[in-house]
Write a protein that binds this ligand. Structure first.
Ligand SMILES: C[S@@+](CC[C@H](N)C(=O)[O-])C[C@H]1O[C@@H](n2cnc3c(N)ncnc32)[C@H](O)[C@@H]1O
Length: 160
């Protein structure tokens, strides 16, 4: 997490294109309505939050990334971790987490929280090269009913 605070200045320069490519792919699988409430867990600078046409919320523990995210319009951002999401049960119609799960301190706790605040639409992705790949895959399968797993260039993307 400190790593992300430190690289906040250059984050979009480094990762914008690859993250937007993932969002473009995800949009083929996830349709949202204008009235839907969407939460982006590990939203970073809001790259993966701002591109949806609905009511958008983002949480991230890295304050320096959130400062950049807050410059983006009409999104509610809160400083929080996946392990303790500050919203009530089933508050969101859609919960996404793009390339963040491998960073959670406690993946199981984070996934359980994501499930708790969501309803039945989730997009979960993490870096394929993560050392925790096998554990994360097992935990996602334990807690969610997966419709499809997409192997992208850098991420595994679970459509729930
Ligand atoms: C590769 S970035 C992805 C950011 C954003 N989703 C995107 O695609 O641009 C990983 C993010 O995970 C966040 N993160 C680290 N630990 C976390 C935790 N415990 N809960 C939620 N997010 C966390 C980092 O602060 C960082 O913003």
């Amino acid at each position: 997490m400190n790593y992300y605070n430190e690289i906040s200045k250059g984050y979009e320069e480094l990762h914008k294109q690859e993250q937007l490519k993932k969002v473009k792919l995800i949009k083929k699988y996830l349709k949202v309505s204008k009235s839907d409430k969407l939460l982006d867990v590990g939203c970073g600078t809001g790259l993966t939050t701002s591109c949806w046409r609905c009511k958008k919320y983002g949480i991230d523990p890295a304050e320096n990334l959130l400062k950049k995210a807050r410059l983006k319009n009409k999104i509610i951002y809160k400083k929080a971790s996946a392990e303790k999401i500050p919203f009530k049960n089933h508050f969101f119609d859609v919960v996404i987490s793009i390339t963040a799960i491998q960073n959670f301190d406690d993946v199981e706790k984070g996934l359980k929280e994501i499930k708790r605040v969501g309803k039945n639409k989730f997009i979960l992705s993490f870096l394929k090269k993560s050392k925790k790949k096998k554990d994360i895959d097992g935990l996602i399968k334990k807690y969610f009913k997966i419709k499809e797993i997409i192997e992208e260039e850098k991420d595994l993307i679970y459509i729930v």
